[in-house]
Design a protein around this ligand. Structure first.
Ligand SMILES: [Zn+2]
Length: 340
């Protein structure tokens, strides 16, 4: 696919963490303004907030969130960061995004979880109006947090159920905190009417994917990199029509795959699994959605049709209303057929 065509395609981003996607220049500015730390030299700073190559562990990768989270502790900053993420979507021609975050990370200076969600919502709404980018929000429950904190997050999310908060996610260390510990929370999330997506088979094994579907009502799987090791897991994903939110650079950053070319994404496409393309974290992975596509196209020689299929998959399995999906499909049809 020609770069020009890729850039012109309307794209969909289903797996993007807000705290991992703060613009570096905004972080620097807010750190200076709020006095959280001395301003670093730009290059040193980039090393603190992004993985420029590999870290070999998810733990080291997660260290890069410390600085952005430190500045995401007031409404004004949260609002600005959400607004800028929508602006960045527009620059990349992403027409729909699901922004995910864990409200409890942002309550260190007195904000309530509801305040956090409202501030993100306000910023994203302002961006939507200005840039015509549709969005919804996903609340991340955290594997290492207590039941009480996660339950509070779920109930804060519930207050926004008819106001853009559409889904609940589970993120964090899946080796130490397996799916069966979260059955009660996700039974609740399901009965409240939320969609459910679960980070699974990222660092852990494929059984976590099976269990997320079987025990936690997962409708989509974040990453799913380990599915390639089990035909049974891939059969479940196929039978139940469960898409994977694939994040290639992020998996390379954390050492899950040695080289981009070793990533199973292309095997998944060839096996007819439902693949979507995502960054995970624009800033921490030092990438963009367009950049993810460029890497995948050049490493795996994806055809134009295969690229367009991943966007169609993302539309089909987005947690949004049919009317928005129809609008996105029309945009894709218009641009996707151009130049063929
Ligand atoms: Zn993620």
């Amino acid at each position: 696919m020609k770069l020009e065509k890729l850039l012109s395609l309307p794209k969909i981003h289903l797996h993007c963490h807000l705290d991992g996607s703060v613009r570096p220049e905004t972080m620097l500015e807010l750190i200076k303004k709020d006095g959280y730390m001395e301003e670093d030299k730009k290059e040193e700073f980039l090393n603190k907030i992004a993985v420029l190559d590999k870290t070999f562990s998810l733990e080291a990768y997660l260290k890069k969130f410390d600085i952005p989270i430190s500045i995401m502790q007031n409404k004004e900053n949260l609002k600005r960061i959400a607004y800028e993420l929508i602006e960045d979507c527009n620059t990349e021609n992403i027409r729909y995004i699901e922004i995910r975050f864990a409200p409890c990370f942002h309550c260190k200076n007195g904000l309530t979880m509801e305040d956090v969600i409202q501030a993100v919502l306000d910023g994203a709404n302002e961006g939507k109006v200005k840039f015509d980018v549709e969005f919804n929000l996903i609340i991340c429950l955290l594997r290492h947090e207590s039941y009480e904190i996660n339950d509070q997050q779920l109930y804060a999310a519930k207050k926004f159920l008819d106001n853009k908060v559409v889904a609940i996610d589970l993120a964090g260390d899946e080796q130490r905190y397996p799916a069966d510990q979260f059955v009660k929370l996700f039974d609740k999330a399901k009965s409240l009417g939320f969609h459910i997506t679960i980070h699974a088979g990222e660092t852990g094994n494929f059984e976590n994917i099976d269990k997320s579907i079987e025990l936690l009502h997962a409708e989509r799987i974040g990453h799913g990199t380990a599915a390639i090791e089990s035909q049974k897991t891939m059969d479940i994903l196929l039978d139940k029509n469960i898409p994977l939110e694939v994040c290639v650079t992020s998996n390379y950053n954390t050492g899950i795959v040695d080289r981009i070319i070793d990533h199973p994404i292309y095997k998944y496409i060839k096996k007819n699994l439902i693949v979507t393309v995502n960054t995970d974290n624009n800033t921490v992975s030092n990438t963009t959605l367009n950049n993810e596509y460029i890497k995948i196209i050049s490493n795996f020689r994806l055809t134009d049709l295969e690229v367009i299929n991943t966007i169609e998959n993302a539309i089909n399995f987005a947690f949004c209303e049919e009317s928005i999906k129809d609008k996105l499909r029309r945009k894709l049809l218009d641009m996707g057929s151009e130049g063929n």
